[in-house]
Design a protein around this ligand. Structure first.
Ligand code: HEM
Length: 478
């Protein structure tokens, strides 16, 4: 009988199925008497052994995958604290590229300037997609910037970056709004002092007199949120309750005014919808406000810890701006020391120690290791900011890291607080401008000191981040 090639294939597959079915049948038949002969205890032991074999097989790494510490069966390395300190400890043992396992998800961690740059910049295109956990997936539906991937992310990011740039370069737009907010910020610090002094039944705050301690967190938070609010809604929040949704829909300003323009776009994959715009706006507030607030709060604490640095910054302010003129962005070029202090603050405080996990979009090689498509990769930014091959005094607050021999400001290639590459911080410029103007406005007007007996504990950074208790400060009018 003649068979066509297709028929031959079908016949071969049928034969394979019959053989498989027969072998399964015969295995079961062989095992049945064995299973019957076993008691419950032995069955449990057998079950455990099979689970362990399954675990061993599931957690097996691809050949030449980065090494890592031993993980518990089924759980992996979940008990390793996923903070930069724990990561540094593992890196010290396994090298700058190592792997961890959470359940059966493999995560590659990358440390040190050389390899973090390789992942974020040189091979950046393969490490762009982000992992979204189910609750966020449900709420954001792949909208916004920090939780989206692929084409949609590219479009949303480009759209936001374009408007942030336009806001920064528009005729005095950004600078004008930040300067206005600086006035409110200084006023709030003064009011805080007034409240404190009234409580203490003391007379008004006079130049040089030190007020009682307070925590500046909420004041700073409101100020930074207002800068983002000005970008998103075209107006600052007052202290009353804000109906976010009505603001979003009734705004007549830079970013939100683009809704009609967005709706006209025909690109359905890029999802230019009002919902998405709302997600982007939430994203900007979520990622922008706390980071700027923490940085400013840390900057003030560092000025308290290092009064000689505070004095040098104030001397530079006196020299370049004086006591009465309002600071502007153009002053930065003439204030290398202050610029260096702000950069060094961002280097040592470690606001964003680890990047979000990124999924590799194809098989890649890193330092000779093989990283298969779909692996999670996290970069340790803190290890770059403290990389001893890049910084003279990595563990010290040393503004001279950013000054050359002539005391001019010096850019540093390993300055990664905003990350690097295509998924780096989209609000970097806005953040840098806001931090500069807020910081010098405060130091132009006030001097900062620690409450008696409550020196800022800078070494205990994690604690300061979670509880703002040690962040009490005292201010005096200059
Ligand atoms: C001192 C202030 C800031 C610091 C230190 C900071 C740091 C960072 C870092 C390290 C990333 C990358 C995170 C990662 O790779 O997982 C990032 C992303 C991002 N930042 Fe910032 N940021 C700051 C301020 C801001 C501000 C003011 C905005 C908004 C106006 C903003 C919006 C974003 C957004 C939307 C992303 C996600 C970018 C993307 O996924 O493409 N950030 N930021």
């Amino acid at each position: 009988m003649d068979y066509a090639y297709g028929d031959m294939q079908i016949l071969t597959r049928e034969l394979e199925w019959t053989l498989e079915a027969n072998s399964a049948q015969s295995t079961t038949m062989l095992l049945m008497p064995l299973l019957n002969a076993l008691d419950v205890k032995s069955c449990l032991v057998l079950l455990l052994i099979s689970l362990l074999v399954f675990d061993f097989w599931k957690s097996k790494n691809a050949p030449n995958f980065p090494p890592g510490p031993w993980g518990f069966p089924f759980l992996g390395n979940v008990f390793i604290g996923f903070d930069c300190r724990a990561m540094d400890e593992v890196a010290a043992k396994f090298g700058n590229i190592f792997s961890l396992r959470v359940g059966y998800d493999k995560i590659v961690l990358v440390s040190g300037y050389e390899w973090v740059k390789e992942v974020l910049v040189t091979q950046g295109d393969y490490f762009l997609d982000c992992l979204i956990s189910p609750p966020f997936k449900e709420v954001f539906q792949g909208n916004g910037i920090s939780l989206s991937s692929g084409y949609k992310w590219r479009k949303q990011r480009h759209f936001t970056a374009f408007h942030l740039k336009a806001f920064a370069e528009g005729k005095n737009a950004l600078e004008f709004h930040i300067q206005k907010e600086c006035l409110y910020l200084c006023q709030s610090f003064e009011e805080q002092q007034a409240v404190q002094t009234r409580i203490l039944a003391a007379p008004i705050l006079r130049s040089g007199s030190i007020g009682s301690p307070f925590n500046p967190h909420d004041i700073l938070n409101r100020a930074t949120a207002n800068v983002i609010g000005c970008f998103a809604f075209g107006k600052r929040f007052d202290d009353n309750f804000i109906d976010f949704q009505s603001l979003l829909l009734n705004s007549d300003n830079m970013f939100i005014e683009n809704i009609p323009q967005i709706q006209r776009r025909k690109d359905s994959q890029a999802a230019f919808t009002v919902d998405n715009l709302a997600c982007i706006t939430v994203d900007l507030f979520k990622t922008g406000t706390q980071t700027m607030t923490d940085t400013l709060q840390w900057a003030l604490l560092l000025m308290i810890k290092y009064p000689n640095v505070q004095k040098k910054v104030q001397d530079e302010i006196n020299c370049v701006i004086g006591k009465w003129r309002q600071p502007c962005l153009a002053d930065r070029a003439s204030m290398p020391y202050t610029d260096a202090v702000l950069h060094e603050t961002q280097r040592v405080i470690n606001i964003f120690p680890l990047t979000a996990p990124r999924l590799t979009s194809r098989d890649t090689a890193l330092a000779g290791f093989f990283i298969p498509k779909g692996t999670l990769v996290i970069c340790n930014l803190s290890s770059v900011l403290k990389d001893s091959s890049q910084w003279d005094k990595p563990d010290q607050f040393y503004p001279e890291h950013f000054l050359d021999d002539q005391k001019n400001f010096r850019k540093r290639k390993a300055f990664y607080p905003f990350s690097a590459g295509k998924r780096s911080c989209v609000g970097e410029q806005l953040a840098r401008n806001t931090l500069f103007l807020f910081f010098i406005s405060l130091l132009q007007k006030f001097s900062f000191s620690a409450p008696e007996g409550l020196e800022p504990r800078l070494e205990d950074q994690e604690q300061v981040k979670t509880s703002h208790k040690p962040s009490q400060i005292c201010v005096s009018l200059r």
